[in-house]
Design a protein around this ligand. Structure first.
Ligand SMILES: [Zn+2]
Length: 338
């Protein structure tokens, strides 16, 4: 236990808290900037199991703030969940890492949070946050909302039945295109560090049972304008569709394939209705006549003209070079088939 000696000395944690951390399982949904920080800190703190979920791969524009990743991860186009898992194993070999390379949606979110003592929000979009909110409220799992854009950040800890849920605070997501995103207005790393630090501390309080130390509020920070604000504490709204009426609309089967424009990235993600295992070798052979193909154990990359298709093992693809769903669908159908 020598590696945790400074943390055990800290009166809020102690030997008992350290033991509880070692027995805990946390899920980090989204391994970008916030998720990188969550995963690293929780592994260093000695959390026993970490489930790392991400749909994307490492790119050089991530390295400015996504502290888990290296230039080599970007050169090798590793999926973020795999690259993060590799680094976590080197940071703390006692932490069991469970990487999941997939797009979070209604077919998998309940499985992903199952058996977790806390879920940390490292996502960059409201659709996924409402999915996490629905699944966590339904199954009584604590989760910690966090977001950062520009120099502004916000976080809230959601305890089903005790605190307001995400939908109590924001009944609807802002309309697409109306809110600034990291891809339109940028983001600086210090605000990531602040939001992540509060989320990680809340996770440690939850996992060690120090519930009276939780901040019980919506915390907002602007590190450039020097503004810090706390709203709350509040209580769950009786008529909240999610935690009041227990209607979990995002978990319902929508049928068909999922197509999502990856905002500000000039890219579209296409997911087949049913995941299928792709044989990269065979696909590479088929595509080699049409353009340049490269693949590793986790993904295949194909360049045709102005477009670049990245295909994952479950046939999900990220198509770069367009933000039009129709073009992306047609490229998917042409090259991957369905
Ligand atoms: Zn609610």
């Amino acid at each position: 236990m020598d590696r945790y000696s400074r943390q055990i000395l800290f009166s809020g944690i102690g030997a008992d808290g350290q033991r509880r951390l070692g027995q805990a399982r946390a899920a980090v949904i989204g391994c970008g900037a916030l998720g990188s920080a969550h995963a690293e800190s929780l592994a260093r703190a000695g959390v026993g199991r970490l489930r790392l979920v991400d749909r994307d791969f490492v790119e050089s524009s991530n390295l400015q703030r996504q502290t888990m990743f290296t230039e080599r991860d970007a050169t090798e186009h590793l999926p973020k969940a795999i690259a993060a898992a590799n680094h976590i194993r080197e940071i703390n070999s006692e932490t069991v890492v469970e990487p999941e390379v997939l797009d979070v949606n209604h077919t998998n979110i309940e499985r992903l949070i199952r058996g977790c003592d806390v879920v940390l929000d490292g996502t960059d979009n409201f659709a996924t946050r409402y999915l996490i909110n629905d699944a966590c409220i339904k199954h009584g799992v604590n989760w910690i909302y966090g977001a950062a854009v520009g120099s502004y950040g916000v976080t809230m800890t959601i305890r089903p039945g005790t605190s307001p849920c995400l939908r109590c605070i924001f009944e609807e997501a802002p309309p697409a295109g109306s809110a600034p995103t990291c891809d339109t207005v940028g983001v600086i790393m210090p605000i990531i560090s602040i939001v992540a630090a509060v989320q990680i501390t809340e996770a440690i309080k939850l996992l060690t049972g120090q519930l009276d130390q939780l901040h019980n509020s919506l915390m907002q920070f602007d590190v450039w304008r020097n503004e810090w604000r706390r709203i709350g504490p509040g209580t769950p709204l009786a008529d909240c569709p999610t935690c009041g009426r227990r209607e979990f609309s995002t978990l319902a089967d929508t049928g068909g394939e999922f197509v999502a424009v990856l905002c500000g990235r000039n890219a579209v993600q296409v997911c087949p209705a049913r995941p299928i295992a792709i044989n990269f070798q065979a696909l590479a052979q088929r595509l080699s006549a049409a353009g340049e193909v490269k693949f590793n154990d986790y993904l295949l990359r194909f360049r045709a003209g102005d477009y670049e298709l990245t295909v994952f093992q479950d046939a999900r693809s990220i198509i770069r070079g367009t933000d039009e769903v129709a073009i992306a669908r047609s490229l998917y159908a042409r090259y991957i088939g369905n």
